[in-house]
Write a protein that binds this ligand. Structure first.
Ligand code: 13P
Length: 237
């Protein structure tokens, strides 16, 4: 089974047009689960206009319902749409706003309590990579997450230095990072969790990226905004 996730971030998408372009291009005859991450407001719109779409939220609050201006609780997410099955946690763009490893874990705990699966994002920035500290950094992100029996549905390796640049990580870097994650999971005797890659994936590079046989799929930002391009990626996955 392969997985392809569209992270639409804060982009405005015309869901009807996106779906038309996606369906027109897609001829899939393989097993791929497609998931899209709309912004909070569009989750409801998407479930009305695209009743077969499986969705993930882009973030969640660490709190339960209460006086937390601008936030959305896991409970509210779970009531928003039956098509919402997942939520990203630990995306670097959310970590930039201040989410620590322990915040990421708390968010996942709240989601688990509401039967929403977590998509855990990990990944280093360029200075960590250049200093040769990637392994230590990734293990720290993973170790703090997996302390209390939590288990995400997916782990996405998203090197910050490749996100939004148009240039994905090369095969060696992807393989090295995936090996670090796989060995960690094996040593902790954790069940097999599908590993994804994210960072400038497009229809032009997805085959090269997926040639890494530890990968189960991709998490796509920019190239997922156009339904046609996203379908081309799905075809090549
Ligand atoms: P890009 O595909 O735009 O690099 O974004 C990747 C990403 O952040 C997906 O979550």
């Amino acid at each position: 089974m392969k997985y392809l996730i569209a992270n639409w971030k804060m982009n405005s998408i015309d869901i009807e047009e996106w779906q038309n372009r996606f369906n027109k291009t897609l001829k899939l005859n393989k097993d791929i689960e497609i998931i899209v991450c709309p912004n909070y407001l569009d989750i409801i719109k998407c479930s009305q206009q695209a009743p077969n779409l499986i969705m993930a939220a882009q973030d969640v609050s660490i709190h339960d319902d209460g006086p937390f201006t601008g936030q959305i609780s896991a409970h509210q997410l779970s009531r928003s749409s039956e098509q919402l099955k997942y939520c990203l946690v630990g995306h670097s763009e959310v970590r930039f706003k201040g989410d620590s490893n322990s915040t990421v874990k708390k968010k996942s705990q709240k989601l688990e309590g509401c039967n929403i699966n977590s998509i855990l994002c990990v990944g280093e920035d360029e200075s960590i990579l250049n200093k040769g500290e990637r392994e230590k950094f990734l293990l720290n992100q993973l170790d703090s997450y997996f302390q209390d029996g939590l288990c995400p549905k997916f782990i996405a390796y998203e090197p910050i230095w490749a996100i939004g640049t148009g240039i994905p990580a090369d095969k060696k870097n992807i393989d090295d990072a995936l090996k670090i994650i796989s060995i960690f999971l094996k040593e902790k005797k954790l069940k097999k969790i599908p590993l994804l890659y994210g960072g400038s994936v497009s229809s032009k590079n997805v085959e090269e990226i997926m040639s890494s046989n530890i990968l189960s799929g991709c998490l796509v930002g920019n190239a997922s905004l156009d339904g046609e391009e996203f379908a081309r990626i799905a075809e090549k996955l």
